[in-house]
Design a protein around this ligand. Sequence first.
Ligand code: PLP
Length: 406
Amino acid sequence: MAQVTRRDFDHFHTPNYSPQNKVIVSGKGSYVVDEDGKEYIDFAAGIAVNCLGSCHPELTKTLKEQTDKLWHASNIFINEPVLELAQKLTEATFAEKVFFANSGAEANEAALKIARRYAFNQDNNKNEIIAFHKGFHGRTFFTVSVGGKPEYSDGFGPKPAGIKHLPFNDISSFESTISDQTCAVILEPIQGEGGVFCATKDFLTSVRSLCDKHNALLIFDEIQTGVGRTGSLFAYMQLGVVPDILTTAKGLGGGFPIGAMLTTDKIGKTFTVGTHASTFGGNPLAASVANTVLTIINDTVFLESVIQKSRRFFSAINQINDRLNIFSDVRGMGLLVGAELIEDVTETAQDLIRHCFANQLLVTAAGPRTLRLCPPLNIEDEAIQEGLKRLEHTLICIKRAGKDAV
Ligand SMILES: Cc1ncc(COP(=O)(O)O)c(C=O)c1O
């Protein structure tokens, strides 16, 4: 293929993305390579998706084997990989039932619909959903309306009604808003896109008990925090609060699109035949890869290694900050790290992505001022060390000489 440019991208795509001006052509583990053969260290993992890095040999093997067996069967027929995946997910969590989708937004769409219908079956006035400022739940119209950034849902005509947004981690506003009309409360245990803000244990405990008091379902959106990202299979497992519904996607397929909504028998039976569906949900290719992802990640030694790597990251970022005084806050859990730029720095987090890219390091942003690091969970020590060196070099250039220095 001839060299492709950003101009070609802009020519053919709707202009809702602004990617870097180079084409990524291949990847191996925690490294990716561009069209010029330049190698980058990956602290982004495709936005917390490539949990085992690029082209993990066991995932590639699984996918190749499955491509020779069965690609698609539809929900009219049963396939083996999806049955195995449902069993794995239910055995590993509080859940007894699973609905499969293809993305995080679709998993949340299913969660919100099942919660509304579950309440509707008891009382057709019980339809209010409580969500939180800065929350992010996807880009379908329902999920973007539930998300806590009005600019993502404004300008598309009338929004779904019955949704209230509250400050995150604010127990008193939550207590005064939840009522018997509330059918569901949805939150991310760590707000990812919104800026890597962790829910406090006190907040989660209060939300759980008030949901119980008002017979409202608690939905944990673990699309970003799930599948080992925080050092446990799901974040709820170390937060002492169990949701009624949990959604997962991103890391579940290790780079192959899949999403899932997990719930209990009692709630799950609300979805009777015809109430909800997906043509591709439960696709055997996606399910087989996800089975291998779970086999590797849901292992105490592997999860312990995530915690060790997390300690390295947090301690190194804090040390960089001691030297450069460039972050006002470093926060997160496991291998989901947020570092908020101090006000004096004129660059935005998007500028930082661009500067790091120029220094052969992939990073992501969370909100306008927060650098987000979410590397593969199996990132090698040398890649961590070299990546942090490149990050510090980028930050030094930014600090010393401003925008054009890198
Ligand atoms: C917490 C959370 N929920 C939902 C989504 C939406 O997932 P998808 O882009 O796969 O639809 C994301 C994506 O960033 C997310 O981080």
